[in-house]
Design a protein around this ligand. Structure first.
Ligand code: GRF
Length: 213
């Protein structure tokens, strides 16, 4: 895709553990360069993580905007200053407008803590417990205007164990998130996998196939 290292901007809202995994992977492999980390919440712990890694950070507080459109438009203006090849959502807890999504279509990726298309939206681990599923997991997908429905890049799964709670499931799924997200972002950034006419083309290396744990 590019001759130089692909660049990404990462959007966060909170803790930033996926951000941390993405930073580590970039340091270890050089697969992508993180141009900036943007948070819609001023108190997001991930901002300090990014700063201590020497990354540019910015805050765009959504509560200061009157509408979703106004916020998304300001966000796009900020992102475009960094001219990233890819936009990576890492625990960014905002529904994005179709206008925003379409602007970055094919280069906007998200991680969602369920095996999509099961359990879109919030409280995915509770949803999984209530549905009584025996397996649960995580999905990396490209973002399209329909929430949590874009083409699936990678998934990893685990067994739901007797006695599991939303918290224990969340903790185990998070471990899987940290394994699959950086490598999926690297595969997308390199052009190994890309969206063509709304579908994904290309395959992930076998290292990205995970057994039930
Ligand atoms: C993760 O579970 C992610 O899948 C979801 O929000 C959580 C963010 O966690 N979208 P962190 O901020 O990356 O630690």
């Amino acid at each position: 895709m590019q001759n130089s290292t692909p660049s990404v901007v990462i959007l966060i809202s909170g803790r930033g553990s996926n951000l941390n995994a993405l930073i580590d992977h970039a340091k270890q492999t050089g697969a992508y360069q993180i141009r900036a980390v943007i948070s819609n919440r001023p108190a997001a712990a991930g901002l300090a993580l990014a700063q201590s890694a020497g990354l540019d950070t910015a805050i765009l507080d959504h509560t200061e905007y009157k509408s979703r459109e106004a916020f998304d438009s300001a966000l796009a203006g900020l992102i475009d200053q960094y001219q990233p090849d890819w936009l990576v959502l890492a625990g960014f807890m905002r529904v994005l407008t179709a206008g925003f999504v379409n602007r970055y279509l094919g280069r906007l990726v998200n991680i969602h803590p369920s095996l999509l298309p099961a359990f879109p939206g919030l409280k995915t681990h509770q949803q999984a417990l209530e549905a009584g599923v025996r397996v649960h997991g995580v999905t990396v997908h490209l973002v399209t205007p329909e929430l949590d429905h874009g083409p699936i890049v990678d998934q990893a799964l685990l067994q739901v164990l007797p006695g599991d709670t939303a918290e224990t499931l969340a903790a185990r799924v998070l471990g899987l998130e940290h394994q699959i997200y950086p490598r999926a972002v690297a595969a997308l950034a390199s052009g190994q996998i890309k969206m063509v006419n709304g579908k994904l083309e290309g395959t992930l290396a076998p290292a990205l196939v995970h057994a039930i744990q």
